[in-house]
Design a protein around this ligand. Structure first.
Ligand code: PEP
Ligand code: MN
Length: 345
């Protein structure tokens, strides 16, 4: 349920509403928007309480919300969430690009790629140190050493970093070295991991499970939010369909749907969403046109020899740089900004 109060409702009236809710043993989440203040209730609400709240000073309406997720919903939080990390704002008007290899392979590799990611104008360096591989005999990642290599490359090239965390035990160490923690598609419903991320103190990029509905996806985000972490990004990375030509089917509808249902920033991953290099450029542009707040794109200097199978979907550095130049032109057409470094002559 939500209580709607006018934007000019004095603070003491809002506080009085919150007190009444908390006295009943329920949680109250206050969200101040530009045209109204929303007080969201979590817990089961007796009709008597709803009626009492309706009579209170400053209350314009009391509305029942039937969705199972609350904190993730736009009903609870009408304004977009903007996640600010060291001067980069995700979910605001600025398009955010995360680029880099599927996996951190060596210090030299991640350093070289970080330089190219920065030069192209991206704000975030991606790279997995812990890799979720389909088979147990495949390369599993460089682990903690990889985390350190990536943190050094990010620092040297002035980039934020994002890396995947697969188990609750590794959340603290990943949070120590990376700016954003990624939950992979296979772990979207690893509820112990999601709960742990609720208290990790770092923003989380949650990838959609490849067979998950929007409702399941938003409920997974709800676990992190309910644990006390408000900084969650939703990432569409393709779903499994009957089509075999592409690795997954990038669900472009997810972008506007999630933005309608939720206030959380929506990021698109056209690399895993297609699995084919030649489709990454058009699907990146399509994602931006559909309103994505950001992109996460694989790029490799030697994709044929990449240590994971994701070389086939990784852009070459010049393709990545050209794509970002195009995004600089495309972004303003849909009300966003994106700037590549101006050429030095
Ligand atoms: C990745 O980002 O390299 C990755 C493994 O992604 P996903 O979980 O979407 O497959
Ligand atoms: Mn990958």
């Amino acid at each position: 349920m939500i209580v709607i109060a006018g934007v000019h409702t004095p603070e003491e009236h809002i506080q009085a509403i919150v007190e009444v809710i908390e006295k009943e043993g329920l949680q109250a989440h206050v969200s101040r928007g530009s045209d109204r203040t929303i007080i969201g209730l979590i817990g089961s609400v007796e009709p008597k309480l709803a009626e009492h709240l309706r009579q209170m000073k400053g209350v314009e309406d009391v509305v029942k919300i039937s969705k199972s997720y609350k904190l993730a919903s736009r009903d609870f939080h009408p304004e977009n969430t903007v996640i600010s990390i060291k001067g980069v704002n995700i979910g605001g008007g600025e398009l955010v690009v995360m680029g880099g290899p599927c996996a951190v392979e060596s210090a030299a590799q991640i350093d070289e790629i970080a330089g190219l990611v920065k030069a192209a104008g991206a704000q975030v360096l991606r790279g997995g140190a812990f890799k979720p591989r389909t088979g147990p005999y495949s390369f599993q990642g460089t682990g903690v050493e990889g985390l350190i290599m990536m943190a050094e490359a990010g620092q040297k090239h002035d980039l934020l970093t994002i890396t995947e965390v697969m188990t609750p035990e590794y959340v603290d160490i990943c949070a120590e070295y990376a700016d954003i923690l990624q939950v992979g598609t296979r772990n979207m419903q690893n509820f112990d991991l999601l709960r742990k991320l609720g208290t990790c103190g770092k923003p989380v990029l949650l990838k959609r499970g490849f067979s998950s509905t929007y409702d399941e996806f938003l409920n997974a985000a709800e676990y992190i939010l309910a644990g006390g972490n408000p900084n969650v990004m939703l990432c569409e990375r393709g779903i499994r369909t009957f089509e075999t030509y592409t690795r997954n089917t990038l669900d472009l509808s997810a972008i506007p749907v999630l933005q309608q249902l939720s206030h959380l920033p929506v990021i698109s991953d056209p690399s895993h969403g297609t699995g084919r290099r030649e489709l990454v450029v058009p699907m990146t542009k399509a994602s931006v046109a559909a309103g994505a707040d950001g992109l996460i794109i694989e790029m490799h200097t030697d994709p044929d020899n990449s240590m994971t199978g994701d070389g086939v979907q990784s852009l070459f550095p010049d393709q990545f740089a050209d794509l970002l130049k195009d995004l600089e032109l495309l972004a303003p057409a849909i009300g966003k900004t994106f700037h590549t470094p101006s050429a030095v002559s």
